[in-house]
Design a protein around this ligand. Structure first.
Ligand code: ADP
Length: 535
């Protein structure tokens, strides 16, 4: 007997199915189904087994059965084939198996009904309800229960689908969020709806600030290498893949303006997401930081041009002059011989310097620049460098100013002299009109700062961040005119940083430049860990 009246029963079923279909949490749905089934039938225990592909039917939720006893009930599930049609579902010897389970577990269960939960021809689960007493389940009870089981099946199925969907979404979100590439998703009006972590890093915009803005507010190009009209594409003109019906992804490459200042080289691929009617739903943009590729390209081509030009020129001069000297048919006076030999010497020195620089670069790239640390008198080094350069120019005046209490620093004197050499040599090279070159020492509580300033051509603000890069030279007629390979400042920075210091430039085009580097005072702070390694 059902323990509620017929009329109440129908009401009850309706109410339950409403409650069930509104609910998308699988565990809650299962529990509601169990409660309702037990209440409808006056059952003392119940469980639901759901089909798991490859595993058969597995108990997913139970009421009225202590957890440790649940495995005994697996016998009821053991023989259900995975691809059973719900219409022909039947467990043979159900009553017998129940008797055995009751004996093994000591649970007073005497009646059982097993209700197939089907979605179309697919058995997704089985609902078991047990009674501790009373008559076998009647036919009308079974009918009511069957329609209840159908409702329950739909609710469970929905919750399962929802769970799958939520799981899938979580997975996609995680892939998006942790992708090493920048990813953003736009709506058809090009408003940003998704903006991942990597893209925040690349652009300097946080996701919270970027979401809701128009694409063009966030993606601002300082320079573009390829042309692409995203607005036109979104307005319906998205190009088709040649020969096929699908849409191509659009690609654009160039330098992006970062929100925090400066630029970054990126390549962006825009792929359209269309609905069944071919209407644009979203645009998925993948943003890749290509700085390293560009840098590698630049290094390669610069290296080749350096080897071909900067190394060949002195070698050609040396060869030519040496051949001249060696000619059997000529006699040179002492003056000419000396001049020829001096030129050979100069060119050989230039080669030697360049080769040392290249060796230093390869040492640096291998990860280490060994330093021989001792107490260094920077003022003395500065004086020595000036002595060396003074005879080479009559257009420039030199001034060296250090306060009397200027402390010594711990460092590698040869390497620090190399830094000063590079800075003073640049100061001369890049002030072809002459002027005064000043070397100044300043003392601060924790560090000392040495600066070299000139009154030369200066450096545009946009270039100031890059001149410390290997092989980087300013693309400017005046700067180009002076010979060089763009390694001096790169090495100077590497040396200063290996000492734990910093190097920087202040400059105004047409007025001059001041290069400064700082080193920690050895009388104040603990020395940097030795041997210093720089990347
Ligand atoms: P190089 O002098 O061999 O080109 P550096 O690494 O020493 O290489 O310098 C890199 C670039 O920085 C130079 O090509 C030049 O454009 C710029 N630069 C360096 N020092 C100065 C300076 N004192 N005044 C103006 N431009 C400078």
């Amino acid at each position: 007997m059902l323990n509620v009246s017929w009329f109440r029963q129908r009401e009850y079923l309706l109410e339950i199915s409403r409650a069930l279909t509104e609910q998308l949490d699988l565990d809650i749905v299962l529990d509601k189904v169990l409660r309702a089934a037990m209440e409808l039938l006056g059952g003392q225990a119940a469980f639901i087994a759901l089909r798991r592909p490859g595993e058969g039917f597995v108990i997913q939720a139970a009421r009225g059965i202590p957890q440790p006893l649940l495995p005994y009930f697996n016998r009821l599930l053991a023989d259900i084939p995975e691809n059973t049609n719900p219409a022909s579902f039947r467990i043979p010897d159900l009553g017998l198996i129940l008797n055995e389970i009751a004996l093994q577990t000591g649970l007073p269960l005497v009646q059982v009904v097993a209700l197939p939960m089907g979605i179309r021809r697919d058995l997704i689960g089985v609902l078991f309800v047990f009674r501790a007493y009373g008559l076998p389940f009647t036919l009308s009870e079974r009918e009511v229960l069957a329609s209840f089981a159908d409702q329950a099946a739909i609710a469970v199925h929905n919750a399962q689908l929802y769970q799958q969907l939520a799981q899938e979404k979580r997975r996609l979100d995680a892939i998006l969020e942790y992708s090493a590439d920048g990813v953003m998703i736009l709506d058809p009006g090009q408003k940003i709806v998704v903006f991942n972590r990597a893209l925040a890093e690349i652009t300097g915009w946080s996701a919270a600030e970027a979401i809701g803005r128009h694409h063009d507010e966030v993606i601002v190009w300082a320079r573009r290498d390829t042309e692409m009209d995203l607005a036109r594409a979104t307005a319906g003109g998205w190009p088709l893949t040649h020969g096929r019906g699908s849409r191509t992804a659009l690609y654009v490459e160039g330098d992006l303006r970062r929100r925090s200042g400066g630029t970054i080289s990126v390549g962006i691929t825009y792929a359209p997401l269309l609905d069944r009617e071919g209407k644009l739903v979203n645009i998925i943009a993948n943003v890749r930081d290509i700085t390293r590729f560009r840098e590698a390209d630049r290094l390669k081509s610069t290296f080749v041009s350096i080897v071909s030009h900067e190394l060949k020129t002195p070698v050609a001069t040396i060869l030519g002059y040496a051949e001249t000297l060696a000619r059997a048919d000529a006699r040179w006076d002492a003056q000419t011989t000396r001049e020829l030999a001096q030129t050979i010497q100069e060119e050989a020195r230039r080669l030697d310097r360049l080769i040392s620089d290249l060796l230093d670069v390869s040492r640096l790239q291998a990860g280490a620049l060994p330093l021989k640390m001792e107490e260094v008198d920077l003022e003395m080094l500065a004086q020595r460098v000036v002595q060396r350069f003074r005879p080479q120019t009559d257009r420039h005046k030199f001034s060296v100013r250090f306060p009397p209490d200027f402390p010594t620093v711990r460092g590698d004197p040869m390497r620090l002299e190399q830094v000063l050499n590079n800075l003073v040599s640049n100061a001369i090279k890049y002030s072809p009109q002459g002027g005064t070159i000043r070397i100044r020492g300043q003392v601060y509580p924790e560090e000392v700062v040495v600066s070299v300033s000139d009154e030369g051509i200066g450096i545009p603000a946009t270039e100031q961040g890059r001149i410390f890069d290997a092989f980087y030279r300013v693309e400017d007629a005046q700067a180009r005119h002076a010979g060089g390979v763009g390694l001096g400042l790169y090495l100077a920075r590497a040396i200063v940083e290996a000492h734990g210091g910093r190097i920087w430039v202040e400059s105004e085009p047409g007025k001059g430049s001041t290069f400064s580097f700082s080193l920690r005072r050895s009388d104040r702070a603990s020395p940097p860990s030795v041997p210093a390694r720089v990347a």
